[in-house]
Design a protein around this ligand. Structure first.
Ligand SMILES: [Zn+2]
Length: 240
């Protein structure tokens, strides 16, 4: 019979997540004395809706959307909750966790993987982009890099979701185009090329030309880590 330590060791996923230093775009979290009162936020609709109670100071510090929604006369003596019927409660829950901890999740799973699918990470980015939360987007880009590196996979079947829900200058698009040039084999072009938006293919060709790299060849994982670390903040949005 093996010891518990050995059992846990055997289940570990390799490689472990690449550690990233704190990026210079990270702001100092507000002091609890500036948290102010709590705001009720109702996310989703019908059976899927969830209610969150969040400090106004945190929402305003991190999100330009909430800065606008909670500013001025409207906020004084305001009694009603903020309603976000179009948003997903699970996605907002990740933002809620981020507001209080600065992280997107508490702990890795026992096997060393991130307790969030790439699809959920992409949805959190799209939410952060729509609600003006640059630091949430930046944390999402970092986690996406770590997760896709660990899985050594490219989310080709999510490109339509991304290109339908982000602006053309999106940092997420920019990151995924570089990831594709560096690590995607493009076998999908032989079978399911409808998965790849034309705009994405155009950007891949242009970036490959500019970087003197041939898309579809693939590079070593260690080179992809080096390239991302060198250009990481090019995919981050400055706090407004
Ligand atoms: Zn940065």
């Amino acid at each position: 019979m093996s010891t518990p330590e050995k059992t846990a060791e055997a289940k570990k996923v390799y490689p472990p997540l690449v550690a990233l230093p704190q990026c210079p775009h990270t702001t100092k979290p507000p002091s609890p004395k500036d948290y102010g009162s709590t705001v009720t936020v109702i996310v989703g609709e019908g059976d899927d809706c969830a209610t969150f109670h969040v400090y106004e100071g945190l929402l305003k510090h991190y999100s330009s959307y909430f800065r606008g929604a909670l500013s001025g006369n409207w906020s004084e003596g305001r009694v009603g909750p903020v309603e976000l019927p179009e948003d997903d409660p699970e996605t907002f829950a990740v933002f809620f966790h981020f507001l209080y901890t600065g992280k997107l999740y508490s702990d890795l799973k026992e096997n060393g993987t991130v307790p969030m699918s790439p699809h959920k990470i992409l949805e959190v980015y799209i939410f952060g982009d729509a609600r003006g939360i640059p630091e949430l987007c930046n944390a999402t880009i970092d986690l996406l890099f770590q997760t896709l590196l660990q899985l050594w996979a490219f989310p080709a079947n999510k490109l339509s979701l991304i290109y339908d829900n982000t602006p053309s200058n999106s940092m997420l698009r920019k990151f995924l185009v570089l990831d594709a040039v560096c690590s995607f084999g493009f076998d999908v072009l032989e079978s399911e090329n409808h998965l790849l938006p034309i705009e994405f293919l155009r950007e891949v060709i242009l970036l490959g030309r500019d970087r003197n790299m041939v898309a579809g060849i693939g590079i070593e994982k260690s080179d992809w880590v080096r390239i991302f670390k060198e250009s990481r903040c090019e995919f981050h949005t400055q706090h407004a």
